[in-house]
Design a protein around this ligand. Sequence first.
Ligand code: Z5A
Length: 213
Amino acid sequence: MSGKFIVFEGVEGAGKTTQIQQTATWLQTHCGKDRSVIVTREPGGTSLGGQIRQLLLDDPDSLVSDRTELLLYGADRAQHVESLIRPQLQLGNIVLCDRFTDSTIAYQGYGRGFDRADIDLVNQIATGGLQSDLTLWLDLDVSIGLKRVALRGKPDRMEQATLEFHQRIRSGYQELANSYANRIVRIDADRPTVEIQTEIQSILMQMKGIVTR
Ligand code: Z5A
């Protein structure tokens, strides 16, 4: 597979969407004319995934059980990898993805308490072993992130979870970053947007096969 797969991770309101858009705009003029930059997200990166996203996040009566939730994130990912991510990488394109397998480890593992072996199995089935070339972890104090997203209005089902739940997720990301230091890079997200974007661009410039000069 000749493309590059770059994932953005972090707690709610860490600035993933903001940074992914700015990164895509910058990369489009720096990655060479024969390649495209694809921006996508989980859950909901495909049309079937959009329906799964609604089941997962627009659930006012909390009907989705924890096991169902884990499998729905896995189903969304399976469809996403097979119908979008892998074909785009095979074309040599750069795929920027808002959340991927580490979100399941952080949220369903550290957050909900599922065994790591079960999560790894779901991720393996969903991805067929595909991993990111680089994961940019935007690290932010959860209360700052939740304050940012509260300004958007009504919280979704995951945002309504307790502060402690979100803190476990942040610790999960920290442990993942410690364990996979060659793949996951921590970025301090409690800074102005432009500073964060400058750091991301500098990391990507040092990465092989991303930026053409
Ligand atoms: N989930 C899961 O449990 N398991 C899984 O396997 C997967 C996902 C894949 C998806 O929600 C939910 O699914 C998520 C995890 C769970 N849980 N929740 N809730 P989503 O896609 O709707 O939301 P999100 O991924 O959490 O993103 P977000 O809340 O939209 O945040 P963000 O994309 O990181 O941030 P943003 O939209 O760029 O910025 C948020 C606000 O902050 C906005 O007003 C910005 O203008 C502002 N902002 C951004 N950067 C800054 C800086 N640097 N300073 C100040 N203000 C800023």
